[in-house]
Design a protein around this ligand. Sequence first.
Ligand code: ZN
Length: 304
Amino acid sequence: MRTGNTKILSVLAKYLLFCTLISSCYSSPEFSDKKSQIDELITIDKMNDSIIIIKLGYDAVTGILTPDGIVVIDAGISNSLTQKYRAIIEKELKGNHFAYLINTHGHHDHTGGNQVFSDAEIIGHEKCKIEISESQKDQAKVKSNYLKITQQYEKKLQNLDSGSVGWKAACCQKYRYQCAAEDMLNSRKIMLPTKTFRDSIHINVGNVNIDMMYVGKAHSESDILIHIPEKNLLMVGDLFSGGGITHIQYEDKYDVKRWLQVKKWITDRMNRINIVIGGHGEIMGKEDMGYFLEWIENKMVETL
Ligand SMILES: [Zn+2]
């Protein structure tokens, strides 16, 4: 009996040592926080029966229900988080057929979760493809950046009151970057748009029209506007936020002709725009859109 027990204890000890080794290989100290908090930090903005925005800090994924499937705008920073957003969209919009995912531009925090919607056609501007590929070329660098930012937020959290608004915001940020880094340990695939366009494109999903237009170099190399007239909805990506505050990075490279086309494109659609949604989930309206049009007008006069 005694010998048998010793054997069992020795096998158990070896098993525990094995488990410890495995877990120390796969979990670095910065991943030690309680990730169960994530679900509590995710927010759902249900605009009506067919439009929903899922947010976690700066992550924002919008689902739009059509009779022929769901159209998703942007995919967040990480696969594991976007899987959670997808599950919420499926539950809230009562459907699991995803017709399209549209990337408003190629930045990693809008395209990192593209893989989650690989069953849908992924639409983006032709430069969106290049932008994603370029930014993900050096995977080791991307991962180390994600880890560095995770640690910065970890430090920040230590100086904030647990549960305060600032703490929650920092928590969301930490989790986003932490999950993006973890994705890279879990053989994440970089998913590029499967359907691209140069100037503008129109699609019809179950009698819902979707018009997209390229803005030119603006906040990124690949910004587009997305108008869905049947929903009175305009998605503007990271072009501007409330009050028409712009987030333009290429200030010295305005393509005046294109910007004037963009202004006309928006103006022509103004009577079918009530809801304006920004790339990080900010819900805006006609007034904000008006400020942005004013900005285009002033900027182009200045540039000419
Ligand atoms: Zn961006």
